[in-house]
Write a protein that binds this ligand. Structure first.
Ligand SMILES: Cc1ncc(COP(=O)(O)O)c(C=O)c1O
Length: 375
């Protein structure tokens, strides 16, 4: 049996998304900037996709820009806000995705911008009280960058509360919603967010395509120099099929949101009960509080058997993650768990679900955990 429980790293492409993309790979290959009919066909598809994304987020069409994914969107916002909006201070968290942490480190190295890190507790919950205290120090123009749903432990931030705090203290608010888009409704007319990043491959769309929402009041410069694509915001010929796929995946995600979440929640409950029965299993993050239903992060005692757990699960046909998503092909210990408790030596595993998973697959995982984990 082959089982995929690594849906926080990436999700399988939905068949319907693939079918929507194929015509733009095979037949409608015109360059969207060309003025002939083939180009116009591709352009129309891109603008239709932009309309779809804007509609689901209740944004204006002019506020959505397609990018290559979450990493680019986050870099673009953070660096662009510093460059053009006079941001002198960024408040963020050590629990952010590496593309945010590394962008902040390079901003810190290259500029005089002050980076403040907001505290969290032992469950990885961001301290909104401390955020408010930091925001009360109004000496510098501030951007708050806090992720919507944590990719490793699943904790969900209240966008409404943070947006309200930012509005009260005249700070801009960027949220990395790469794990949130497609799993929670967001109304950008009601929630005062300045910038939001999303990525298609986390909600059953293709890889290499994402978007950034840039509120009309906060214009930032283009991240890449080049042509006039994306209304001068992102040079480079658009990935038409990817953009079409992103919009289709978003449509499916939001039109079937409740049934998908219900299915994932059922799988989650079943898996959680099964994990508890294994013995000494620690659940990481705020797993009983507001969290992403698809992410379950647990850790087992530090011993030789558990050190090999992710490897042995892989041999048994089960894909799970033992640390952070490995961009270099080498899985490293989870930086999020290390930031929460640097003294914790337990072996962590993240299981992340999708609506395509089944109870039988969870049974298979639990059976293999009995063989390969020492809890
Ligand atoms: C929270 C979060 N932000 C950003 C990214 C990067 O997104 P992308 O792979 O589209 O560059 C990821 C992907 O792992 C993520 O989980």
């Amino acid at each position: 049996m082959r089982v995929y429980f690594d849906n926080a790293a990436t999700t399988p492409l939905a068949e319907e998304v693939f079918e929507a993309m194929v015509p733009y790979l095979k037949n409608h290959y015109g360059n969207p900037s060309s003025i002939h009919s083939a180009g116009r066909k591709a352009r129309a598809a891109i603008e239709q996709a932009r309309k779809t994304v804007a509609r689901y987020l209740n944004a204006s069409i002019g506020e959505i820009f397609f990018t290559s994914g979450g990493t680019e969107s986050n870099n673009m916002v953070l660096k662009g806000a510093v460059k053009k909006l006079g941001i002198q201070r960024i408040i963020s968290s050590p629990l952010e995705h590496p593309c945010v942490i590394k962008s902040l480190k390079s901003i810190e190295e290259d500029t005089n911008v002050q980076i403040d890190w907001v505290a969290h507790d032992h469950l990885g919950r961001i301290s909104l009280d401390q955020l408010e205290e930091l925001l009360q120090q109004k000496t510098k123009k501030t951007l708050v960058s806090l992720m919507h749903q944590n990719n490793e432990i699943g904790n969900r931030l209240s966008l409404d509360k943070v947006a309200q705090l930012c509005a009260e203290h005249q700070a801009l608010f960027h949220t990395d919603s790469v794990q949130g888009i497609g799993y929670q409704q967001i109304d950008l007319q009601k929630t005062n967010i300045s910038f939001l990043s999303g990525s298609a491959h986390k909600f059953h769309g293709p890889k290499g395509i994402g978007f950034v929402y840039i509120n009309n009041n906060n214009q930032i410069p283009p991240f890449m120099d080049g042509g006039a694509q994306e209304r001068n915001m992102r040079g480079g010929t658009e990935h038409t099929a990817g953009i079409v796929g992103l919009a289709k995946a978003m449509t499916l995600a939001y039109d079937h949101l409740e049934e998908r979440l219900e299915k994932i929640q059922q799988l989650r409950n079943y898996l959680v009960e099964g994990l508890k029965d294994l013995g000494d299993v620690k659940f990481n993050g705020d797993y009983l509080g507001p969290c992403h239903p698809k992410i379950i992060n647990v850790s087992f005692p530090d011993n030789v058997k558990n050190n090999m757990l992710v490897f042995n699960l892989d041999i048994a046909g089960i894909c799970a993650s033992g640390g952070s998503a490995c961009s270099s092909g080498v899985e490293s210990a989870s930086p999020v768990l290390a930031a929460i408790d640097p003294t914790d030596t337990r072996r962590s595993v993240r299981f992340s679900l999708s609506h395509y998973n089944t109870m039988e697959e969870v049974d298979y995982l639990l059976e293999k955990l009995k063989d390969h984990a020492q809890a």
